[in-house]
Ligand binder design. Structure first.
Ligand SMILES: [Mg+2]
Length: 262
């Protein structure tokens, strides 16, 4: 049986926890009214501006940007590392799952899905965090990718497994350079459990000068026109994964305010 003293102590703790935020706000308004308020509203304004920028990025209204705007670096770091990115990713994957539930793979084995690799199957968040979400640095990124240590993104792995279980052919389509990053990419995918997919398609030397959008369009066109696949869904973190020719019946954009690939 719980004693009366224990009940009282618990009640007092609850009351203290409830009052604490009010107490902090009250202190702000008494002691820090002049100094703290402008600082806080400036931060709110900056976040609101950066939220608008991020929405523009995700809606593909902002294009060709080379780096996160300096005033939004802290915002992007917070977005990516403090939970909102994960919540947004989960929301996207919920939509994908709802769609997957409505489609079936035919017995002919030609119903396919396309998944991008970087920041779709595998995460580069650790790299961009270490680089302070700054300007794109191709040689540093290549060194990072060569390590083959990109963590798998669990929600996308779940989709990957579901698609295979339903009989879809999963193609992993990446703009990564095949010659220099082929082996480490294969090993990275394997170490993160991405096994049993139909094919890994990477950028061979003749496509090095093409944009990601052009290269991926050509690869999808081949799958459809030459091999007879039907692309039922396409998932990527860049609009260049999801636009162009033969994009598929549905496309799903995973959030990524860290960089832009044309
Ligand atoms: Mg990507």
């Amino acid at each position: 049986m719980v004693s009366r003293t224990t009940t009282t102590v618990v009640a007092l703790w609850r009351l203290a926890l409830f009052l604490l935020p009010h107490f902090v706000v009250a202190l702000d308004s008494v002691d820090g009214a002049v100094a703290a308020k402008p600082c806080r509203s400036a931060s709110v304004d900056a976040d609101a501006g950066c939220l608008s920028w991020r929405v523009m990025v995700e809606a593909n209204n902002a294009r060709g940007w080379r780096t996160v705007p300096a005033p939004c670096v802290a915002y992007v770091r917070s977005y990516m590392t403090r939970g909102q990115y994960g919540r947004d990713l989960t929301s996207v994957m919920d939509q994908v799952s709802a769609y997957v539930d409505t489609v079936e793979a035919d017995d002919d084995g030609l119903d396919a899905w396309i998944l991008d690799i970087d920041d779709t199957c595998l995460s580069n968040l650790l790299y961009y965090e270490a680089k302070q979400f700054g300007a794109y640095d191709p040689s540093a990124f290549k060194m990072w990718a060569t390590k083959g240590a990109c963590p798998g993104i669990p929600a996308v792995f779940e989709l990957f497994a579901t698609l295979q279980a339903k009989g879809f052919k999963v193609f992993l389509l990446s703009g990564r350079d095949q010659e220099t990053l082929g082996t480490c990419t294969l090993e990275n995918l394997e170490s993160e459990g991405f096994l049993g997919y139909e094919r890994l398609i990477m950028r061979s030397p003749e496509y090095r000068r093409q944009s990601s959008s052009q290269f991926k369009s050509v690869m999808r066109k081949r799958l459809v026109e030459e091999e007879g696949y039907r692309i039922r869904g396409n998932v990527g973190d860049q609009w260049s994964d999801l636009q162009g020719d033969y994009v598929g019946d549905r496309v799903f954009k995973i959030p990524n305010p860290m960089y832009y690939v044309p």
